[in-house]
Write a protein that binds this ligand. Structure first.
Ligand SMILES: NC(=O)c1ccc[n+]([C@@H]2O[C@H](COP(=O)([O-])OP(=O)(O)OC[C@H]3O[C@@H](n4cnc5c(N)ncnc54)[C@H](OP(=O)(O)O)[C@@H]3O)[C@@H](O)[C@H]2O)c1
Length: 284
């Protein structure tokens, strides 16, 4: 049994990392959070916040001092930075849990998807290090649907492409719950956990679920993929096209569903309706 008393969370201000911080602190662990701008990070008061930036790996030294385990969000940086970050983490910590992506494929020598490629860049040096590692490979996050918030605040119609595309989106609290198990308990070394929500829901049904949570009747209006790119101004157009082509592939073939969240945490994954109820404030 490895004693993990202090955990560094990299990506602590993010959707999943924020939940990892909250859940670790609630479990009585010492949590240190990395932030590029600690003054802008709003984290629980008992959490130590240390400044650092993955693009400048030497800035991680202070945050890594005295840490047993690291939770890492990977903002898709270069292979050179990945190697340097992993080497530094391995000098201090014993264990790492990486938030990777279901786009990574183990059956390919060369990754065929840009998001898979970007995460393989960090998975590779981790597997070659002395660290005890666990990879979380989630499918789509429910938080992606906050992209509809401006339309929902403005009216009852949500315009988008591929409304019939179905997927089992994940609640960020469930991804974090798996991370916390892998960080703080034994038995997860070398696991590549494919994570999904409990059941697929089409995008039309997701919009209806947000409406139900808000007590409103929201309707979907189908538009062309090219028109949808303009609504997705939170992503560079080429990345928006990658996301849309992923959705096109889910129209007649709902994505994979796994029970890994339940198996690892002992609790079933929260469904999208629960996520919408938890996120009413994001759409109001
Ligand atoms: N969205 C999906 O459907 C999906 C699916 C599978 C996998 N993923 C993966 O999940 C990850 C995103 O997770 P998330 O949604 O929890 O994060 P997020 O909400 O997008 O937040 C990103 C986090 O990364 C930190 N960060 C960014 N650049 C950094 C840098 N140079 N140095 C240090 N920290 C940096 C940010 O910290 P600051 O406070 O410093 O800005 C922030 O805490 C990505 O790797 C993505 O590919 C996403």
């Amino acid at each position: 049994m490895v004693d993990i008393s202090r955990v560094l969370v990299i990506g602590a201000t993010g959707h999943v990392g924020g939940q990892v911080v909250t859940q670790l602190a609630a479990g009585g662990r010492q949590v240190r959070a990395l932030a590029r701008d600690p003054r802008a990070a709003s984290l629980p008061p008992d959490v130590e916040v240390v400044q650092g930036d993955l693009t400048v790996p030497e800035t991680l030294e202070r945050a890594l001092d005295g840490v047993d385990a690291v939770y890492l969000t990977w903002p898709m940086l270069s292979a050179q930075i990945a190697e340097s970050v992993v080497a530094r983490v391995a000098e201090h910590a014993h264990r790492i849990v990486l938030l990777s992506s279901a786009a990574v494929r183990d059956d390919l020598g060369e990754q065929d998807h840009p998001i898979g490629r970007a995460h393989a860049v960090i998975e590779q040096p981790i597997t070659e290090s002395a660290l005890e590692w666990t990879f979380l490979r989630p499918g789509g996050f429910a938080t992606n649907t906050v992209e509809w918030a401006p339309q929902i605040r403005a009216g009852d119609v949500v315009r988008g492409a591929y409304g019939s595309a179905s997927m089992a989106l994940l609640h960020e609290a469930d991804i974090a719950a798996v991370a916390v198990r892998a960080l703080t308990t034994d038995g997860h070394a070398g696991a590549r956990y494919i994570l999904t929500g409990p059941a697929p829901l089409s995008r039309v049904e997701q919009v209806e679920a947000i409406g139900a949570a808000l007590g409103r009747r929201l309707v979907w209006a189908e538009i062309s993929p090219e028109a949808a790119v303009e609504h997705m101004d939170w992503l560079p157009p080429d990345m928006a096209r990658v996301v849309l082509s992923g959705l096109a592939g889910l129209v007649d073939a709902p994505g994979t569903v796994t029970s890994t969240v339940h198996e690892v945490t002992g609790s079933p994954a929260r469904d999208y309706r629960r996520w919408a109820a938890d996120h009413v404030a994001d759409f109001a």
